[in-house]
Design a binder for this molecule. Structure first.
Ligand SMILES: *[C@@H]1O[C@H](CO)[C@@H](O)[C@H](O)[C@H]1NC(C)=O
Ligand SMILES: *[C@@H]1O[C@H](CO)[C@@H](O)[C@H](O)[C@H]1NC(C)=O
Ligand SMILES: *[C@@H]1O[C@H](CO)[C@@H](O)[C@H](O)[C@H]1NC(C)=O
Ligand SMILES: *[C@@H]1O[C@H](CO)[C@@H](O)[C@H](O)[C@H]1NC(C)=O
Length: 249
C-alpha cells in the first residue's frame, strides 16, 4: 500500500517538474538553443535493496531457517579525522548464506562482496515460552580507503520477535540499530529460524509497524462514519422538531 502511494508521489514528483521544464523549455526555445541536460537531481543514498531469499538446510535436507529480506548496511567510520557514513546494499545474487540450526540457537551467516563483508545473525529460542528473537548481530567489513576492517558485535539486541512454528513478517522498512556506528535497514522481511514445516514458512506474525500502518485507514474510516452519523442524527432531530412545531399551530 505504502509502496504504491510512494511510487505515485514519486511519479508526481518526477513528472510535475518535467512538465514544467517542458513548458519552460517551449517558452525559451526561441531564445536559447536546446540542451541535452536532464533535470533529475542526483541521489545521495543508494536505492532500495533487492530482496534476497536465504535458506539453511537441516540434517534431513529440508529447510531449517528461511529468511527473505532486503538489507542495507549503514556504517560509519572515522577517516582523516572526519566521520564518514557508508551505506551499502546487500546484493542477493553475490551473497552466500551459511550457518547452523540447533534446538535453541540458529546462526545465519551472510558472506558477500567477495568475502569483504561478513554479516551474522544469531536467533535464540526460549523453549519454555516458545518465543524466539534475533539476539546477536555481528559484522566484519572491509571499507574503502581504510586499513582496518570494521568489526562490530552486539550480543544483546532484541529484534524480529516470533513464536515457534510461526514466521516473523514486516513489510515496512525497519531500522535495527546494532551499535553507534552500525545499523541495518531491513525491507520486506519474512524470517523463521525455528519450527519450519517442510520447506515452508509457518503462519506469519505481522510486526507492529505494519499493524500501525493498517490502523490509520481504520481510524480515519471510523471517524468519517462517526461524522456521517452525527450529521444524520442532527438532520433527523431537526426535522422532528420542525414537524412538531407545525402541529402546535
Ligand atoms: C545512517 O545512520 C545515521 C546515524 O548513524 C543516520 O543519520 C542516517 O540517516 C542513516 N542513513 C540511512 C540511509 O539510513
Ligand atoms: C524463557 O521464558 C520464561 C517464561 O516466559 C522465562 O521465565 C525465562 O526467564 C525465559 N528464559 C530465558 C533464558 O530467557
Ligand atoms: C569473511 O569470512 C571469510 C571466511 O571465514 C574470511 O576469509 C574473510 O576474511 C572474512 N572477511 C572479513 C572482512 O572479515
Ligand atoms: C547493543 O544493543 C543494545 C540494544 O539495542 C544497546 O542498548 C547496546 O548499547 C548495544 N551495545 C553496543 C556495544 O553497542
Amino acid at each position: 500500500m505504502t509502496q504504491v502511494s510512494g511510487f505515485r508521489s514519486w511519479c508526481l514528483g518526477v513528472t510535475l517538474p518535467l512538465i514544467l521544464a517542458a513548458a519552460l523549455h517551449q517558452g525559451f526555445a526561441t531564445v536559447a538553443p536546446p540542451t541535452a541536460q536532464t533535470t533529475v537531481a542526483p541521489q545521495k543514498d543508494p536505492e532500495r535493496p533487492d530482496r534476497g531469499t536465504y535458506r539453511l538446510n537441516g540434517t534431513n535436507g529440508t529447510a531449517c531457517l528461511l529468511a527473505n529480506m532486503g538489507l542495507q548496511l549503514n556504517m560509519s567510520f572515522v577517516f582523516q579525522e572526519k566521520v564518514v557514513e557508508y551505506v551499502v546494499n546487500i546484493q542477493p545474487n553475490v551473497t552466500k548464506a551459511s550457518g547452523s540450526c540447533e534446538q535453541e540457537r540458529a546462526v545465519l551467516l551472510l558472506t558477500t562482496d567477495g568475502e569483504k563483508t561478513n554479516l551474522s545473525f544469531v536467533f535464540i529460542l526460549n523453549s519454555t515460552s516458545t518465543k524466539y528473537h534475533l539476539s546477536e548481530v555481528s559484522l566484519n567489513a572491509t571499507l574503502p580507503d581504510v586499513k582496518d576492517p570494521l568489526s562490530v558485535r552486539n550480543s544483546s539486541v532484541d529484534f524480529l520477535p516470533g513464536t515457534m512454528g510461526h514466521s516473523y513478517m514486516c513489510r515496512e522498512q525497519q531500522t535495527m540499530i546494532v551499535s553507534q556506528n552500525f545499523s541495518i535497514n531491513a525491507f520486506q522481511v519474512q524470517v523463521q529460524p525455528f519450527g519450519l514445516k517442510g520447506d515452508q514458512f509457518g503462519a506469519a506474525e505481522e510486526c507492529q509497524l505494519d499493524e500501525d500502518d493498517m490502523l490509520i485507514p481504520i481510524i480515519v474510516g471510523a471517524a468519517l462514519a462517526g461524522l456521517v452519523l452525527v450529521v444524520l442524527l442532527a438532520y433527523l432531530i431537526g426535522r422532528k422538531r420542525s414537524h412538531a412545531g407545525y402541529q402546535t399551530i
